[in-house]
Design a protein around this ligand. Structure first.
Ligand SMILES: *[C@@H]1O[C@H](CO)[C@@H](O)[C@H](O)[C@H]1NC(C)=O
Ligand SMILES: *[C@@H]1O[C@H](CO)[C@@H](O)[C@H](O)[C@H]1NC(C)=O
Ligand SMILES: *[C@@H]1O[C@H](CO)[C@@H](O)[C@H](O)[C@H]1NC(C)=O
Ligand SMILES: *[C@@H]1O[C@H](CO)[C@@H](O)[C@H](O)[C@H]1NC(C)=O
Length: 390
């Protein structure tokens, strides 16, 4: 009897897993994948406070925000190398419409406090999901949970999940996409579906980032310029107000379901960082509630190592780049992105970029995808790509 019940439960579990592993969308098909990704990168042991409870979380934020606390290289206790195979959870979506189908894959990297669902909110997907909008436009799109986040591995928060390693993971995902192994993996992953059979590998790859995912994308295109055909940088731009809100503005606590060093925003922190604009028109209470419901813990080693990947120069990048800035981005632009974009500075970073443009999405806070009028903003990006042959 017990074995029959167990078998029935297993079957149930399997069938529900497969209905989640594959989904039919209005404009395409999506598969969930757990990709084994080998990466190796410089890392470091940083002089960081331990964060094991809520009091230590606030103390970490104050310590790190304090003007006299050393940041960057002087905090390195020991230089190390990290090499490992990590399980990276990803979603590959391919468009339905053959008429509009482009031979282009977008790889989108989310920021801190969220996972890949940032790009694909289940809240009114036709109006909010960047993934749906990309499929409608004929792009294939890979979104993934960064290391330490969502359904990807959650290794040590201090010494393993660090910026340089994450750049290398993005590089490996890109190499897998370019050499066809990503699409082969998707074709073989269960449940089998004709939409994923015999996909020709993409001829072009466009990299899209949000927030810390844009920091990673910026470093990736600077370091490996030949691996990208175009970049869309959302919710990030180097400027004098960057991160002025400080870590204390996260209003974070220790993440209950994670090991030492993982922290998570309280709802007021989510609003502070991610939501802004006219309260009557910019976003709804449901969007804020959803933005809080899908929030994710962050490992503090990621912040300690960020200096390592900021400001990398990229003469090998020879493609178009667009900066898409939410008008009222509190954390990135000190609350107002208008007039902040410095094209000359970007030209110095990417001297061989073919096109450098910026746009402002009006009446929107940092979490672009969770505000009204998001789709009109996505169209600004798709128009930019189309004008540049992508
Ligand atoms: C770590 O490496 C950097 C860059 O090579 C070097 O400048 C620094 O002195 C090293 N730090 C330690 C503690 O070995
Ligand atoms: C494709 O790239 C991945 C990631 O670098 C690598 O592991 C794999 O061996 C490559 N496969 C082929 C067939 O080149
Ligand atoms: C890119 O730009 C740099 C600096 O302007 C220049 O020296 C170099 O020749 C250019 N081309 C390549 C392939 O880096
Ligand atoms: C919606 O976004 C588009 C694209 O950025 C913009 O042109 C338009 O003015 C926005 N509409 C409102 C009501 O903010």
């Amino acid at each position: 009897m017990a074995t029959i019940i167990t078998a029935a439960l297993l079957l149930l579990a399997r069938s529900s897993a497969s209905s989640i592993d594959f989904s039919r969308r209005t404009h395409g098909f999506c598969k969930q994948l757990d990709l084994p990704v080998f990466a190796t990168a410089d890392s470091a042991v940083y002089d960081l406070p331990r964060v094991n409870n809520d009091i230590e979380t606030t103390a970490w934020a104050i310590h790190t925000d304090t003007w006299s606390t050393p940041l960057g290289p002087p905090t390195v206790i020991k230089n190390t190398t990290t090499s490992d195979t990590f399980s990276i959870h990803a979603q590959l979506c391919v468009p339905k419409s053959l008429a509009k189908k482009k031979d282009i894959l977008q790889i989108a990297t989310h920021g801190v406090h969220y996972d890949s669902r940032y790009w694909d909110p289940k809240l009114d997907p036709e109006k909010q999901s960047y993934v749906e909008a990309a499929l409608r436009e004929g792009y294939s799109i890979l979104t993934y949970d960064r290391l330490g986040v969502g359904q990807s591995d959650h290794p040590d928060a201090y010494n393993v999940v660090q910026g340089p390693l994450e750049v290398e993971i993005l590089r490996q995902l890109t190499l897998m996409a370019r050499n066809g192994t990503l699409y082969d993996f998707a074709a073989k992953a269960r449940p089998l579906h004709p939409a994923f059979k015999k996909l020709a590998k993409p001829s072009k790859v466009v990299h899209v980032g949000h927030s810390f995912g844009s920091v990673l994308t910026s470093a990736f295109i600077a370091t490996y310029g030949l691996l990208t055909d175009g970049a869309i940088i959302t919710g990030f731009v180097p400027n004098k107000y960057l991160a002025k809100g400080g870590y204390a503005s996260f209003n974070a606590v220790k993440a209950r379901d994670r090991p030492s060093g993982y922290i998570v925003c309280q709802k007021s922190g989510i609003q502070t960082i991610f939501f802004a604009g006219d309260l009557k028109t910019a976003f709804t209470k449901e969007m804020l509630d959803y933005g809080d419901a899908i929030k994710q813990p962050v490992p503090i080693g990621e912040f300690a190592s960020a200096y390592h990947i900021l400001g990398r120069k990229g003469p090998s990048f020879k493609a178009p780049i667009q900066y898409m800035l939410p008008e009222f981005d509190f954390y990135i632009c000190g609350g107002d992105c208008k007039g902040i974009f410095n094209k000359q500075a970007i030209k110095e970073t990417y001297p061989n970029a073919t096109v450098i443009e910026s746009a402002i999405q009006p009446n929107t806070g940092h979490a672009f995808t969770l505000h009204n009028n998001a789709t009109a903003g996505y169209q600004v990006t798709f128009d930019f790509l189309a004008r540049n042959g992508l």
